[in-house]
Write a protein that binds this ligand. Structure first.
Ligand code: NAD
Length: 639
């Protein structure tokens, strides 16, 4: 059995592991193991949302157990310190691990270009911890400022500076511009005391985007109050400010460094010699680039099969890889990570099965940049999009990614984090989906519906439904004027007649009409079905279960026990009455109440408060839940 090790649970590592697990169908063929220091995969493209206080930290974490629990991929949490390519060994802090094939995806680190004080005195945004640190720092600055009586000192504390106008810098800038208002409100600070500043070395922002999108972004940022210094390279960073090339200084205690990335230090220390500085001067521009990036930026060179140029059994994926496709080096973006991982997985499979390897061909779709929660620019498939549509596109792309990684559960959590649980209206739809009302407001509805079904069951018994001598009768079962949920049997026929008499204007009469009239085709079909099929069903199998189900539903709702199930049954039965032409408008509330009760209404003064968490934990541990990603509740509490 071949051992495939994957180092790094970033976009590349996770994709490679998923693809390999799909390609090797037989469990005995390979052993696939993913190594990472964290037990979760970080959604790096959303880090600014956590750092900028828009989303909660867990919104960018997807636990590896959740992703791989139902697959043959083993997950090992350890920090790998070194790799011996001679003995095919990963050396971790906890143990050493053997491999036959290695997929190397250790990601990237911020680049400081040797600028004095930059590393020591700035805050980066390139990991989960960075985002948390930055978020806390900004909140601390507002707290500190709220206690500072001196206006000048307060303004310095509240000068938030972003260095670099690439994607990371602009996305962070957008969050700060949006977050400052709620922060000022919370800490009692005048918004005019806050400055959100951008410092960029080049004359343009977002250089990878077309001119129109750059201009739209610039205009939007200016409108939101950003102070932008372009063509202003930073030359020195101190704890209390920065100096730029002209010699001017900016007082700031918050410098967010997003001036580019390089391969990780870990990669620069690896025992790679291929592609490293041979001592000979570079002859071509490409060679110069190569030397610069391999040696100084710690990126490792691969061939077109994503194999390291030095070790055939080592595949490179994502930011660490240096591969020049048609004289263009692959950019360090998510699409590169996903696509190189796909090729690496395919080629490892091909090699083990003695098949032909596939040479890399990129297929980029474009870039999307959010500037706050409501505005974005996107250059996708040749289209230039701005504003609401671009933002919607970004959400769709994120959902698509999550669907592939953790299925429906991941998508639901994404919607929760980005729409249902946001604060201060910081979602594309503002507060529209975020308002919460506590479950105890649903208690009266639950009790009303419960009483209704219990009463209905009792009424059926009193009406003689359990009288076996009456036999099974489909028309008797659903015909109006006999027993209908919520409708007095004696008044229906009369009310229907009255409604006819006073025509449509008579609101009360209208309310007593069935939702679907008797001549409606569905009602006709249902009546036919009841007459021909259901009436053949023995008494015990029809009337008794119906009475029992109604009674149980009533009791379940009253006791808040399996409320979700009872609400679904209530909806199904009510719909059945609609289709049978017997549910009247004045009982239509049952349909809506049933839907409303599905959101955890049994957890207030009900047994569901205990039953549901237990059931969710039990279910989420099953193989079926893991394989289908239908986890319920908070998966982190599944152990
Ligand atoms: P970047 O390299 O894209 O941009 C860095 C910016 O910093 C440049 O504009 C550069 O001119 C500026 N800069 C460099 N040195 C400076 C100095 N001394 N003073 C002032 N400005 C200076 O870096 P990034 O935005 O961190 O992105 C890193 C990688 O991640 C990129 O490949 C990027 O495409 C990718 N990324 C993509 C997305 C997305 O697709 N939405 C989001 C974030 C990052």
């Amino acid at each position: 059995m071949k051992r495939v090790a994957i180092l790094g649970a970033g976009y590349g590592g996770v994709e490679a592991a998923k693809q390999l697990s799909k390609m090797f169908k037989k469990p005995s063929e390979v052993e696939i193991t993913l190594y990472d220091r964290n037990p979760f995969h970080t959604l790096m493209t959303e880090l600014h949302e956590v750092a900028g206080g828009r989303c909660q930290p867990e919104s960018v974490q997807v636990t590896l157990e959740k992703i791989f629990g139902g697959t043959k991929v083993g997950v090992v949490i350890d920090t790998i310190k070194d790799i011996s390519f001679a003995t095919n060994t990963l050396k971790g802090e906890e143990a050493t691990y053997q491999y036959d094939y290695l997929v190397l995806g250790p990601g990237a680190e911020p680049e400081y270009f040797g600028i004095k004080g930059a590393k020591e005195h700035s805050l980066a945004l390139w990991s989960f911890n960075d985002a948390l640190r930055l978020r806390r720092h900004i909140e601390d600055q507002f707290l500190k400022a709220s206690r500072e009586p001196n206006t000048l000192r307060r303004r310095k504390i509240l000068t938030l500076t972003v260095a670099g106008a690439g994607f990371t810098g602009i996305e962070m800038l957008g969050e700060l511009l949006e977050w400052k208002k709620p922060l000022c409100h919370r800490y009692g600070i005048d918004e005019n005391d806050v400055s959100v500043v951008l410092v960029e070395a080049m004359t343009e922002i977002l250089p990878l985007l077309p001119k129109k999108l750059r201009t739209d972004s610039l205009r939007f940022l200016a409108r939101k109050g950003a102070v932008m210094y372009l063509n202003t390279p930073i030359t020195e960073v101190r704890a209390d400010g920065i100096t730029v090339k002209s010699g001017a200084t900016i007082d700031t205690e918050t410098l967010i460094w997003t001036c580019g990335v390089r391969g990780p230090e870990f990669a620069s220390k690896l025992d790679f010699t291929g592609g490293k500085d041979s001592g000979k001067p570079a002859a071509t521009e490409e060679e110069t680039n190569l030397k610069y990036n391999i040696v100084k930026k710690a990126r490792l060179r691969s061939n077109e099969f994503m194999q390291s140029v030095e070790f055939d059994n080592v595949y490179l994926v994502g930011d660490v890889l240096w591969f020049s496709e048609r004289s263009r080096v692959l950019p360090q973006v998510v699409e590169t990570a996903l696509q190189t991982a796909g090729y690496a997985a395919h080629n490892i499979h091909a090699e083990i099965h003695g098949k032909t390897k596939k040479a890399f061909r990129s297929n980029y779709h474009g870039y999307m940049v959010s500037i706050g929660s409501k505005f974005a620019v996107a250059h996708v498939l040749g289209m230039e999009l701005t504003g609401f549509v671009a933002m919607a596109m970004k959400h769709l792309v994120n959902l698509h990614y999550l669907w592939g990684v953790v299925g429906v559960n991941g998508c639901w959590e994404y919607l929760q984090h980005h729409f249902f649980t946001v604060k201060d209206g910081r979602s594309q739809l503002g507060n529209q989906l975020a308002a919460k009302s506590p479950s105890y407001w649903m208690l009266p509805v639950r009790l009303a519906l419960g009483l209704m079904w219990l009463g209905e069951s009792v009424a059926k018994v009193l009406e003689g439904w359990l009288d076996a001598s009456r036999g099974t009768s489909s028309s008797w079962m659903f015909s109006p004027g006999v027993v209908q949920p919520g409708v007095d049997p004696d008044t229906v026929g009369a009310a229907t007649e009255a409604a006819k008499a006073v025509k449509v204007h008579d609101f009360l009469g209208f309310m007593a009409q069935p939702i679907l009239p008797h001549d409606f085709f569905l009602v006709q079909w249902m009546q036919g079905f009841m007459d021909s099929v259901v009436s053949q069903v023995p008494f015990m199998l029809l009337q008794v279960p119906v009475v029992a189900v109604e009674g149980l539903m009533g009791l379940a709702l009253l006791g808040g026990t399996f409320t979700w199930l009872a609400a679904v049954a209530s909806l199904a039965l009510s719909l059945n009455f609609v289709v049978s032409g017997t549910l009247t408008w004045n009982s239509a509330w049952m349909l809506f109440a049933s839907v409303s009760l599905m959101g955890g209404a049994g957890r207030v003064l009900g047994l569901d408060a205990w039953i549901m968490p237990w059931l969710q934990r039990w279910w989420s541990r099953t193989q079926l839940a893991k394989k289908t990603y239908w986890y319920l509740g908070d998966a982190r509490k599944r152990k």
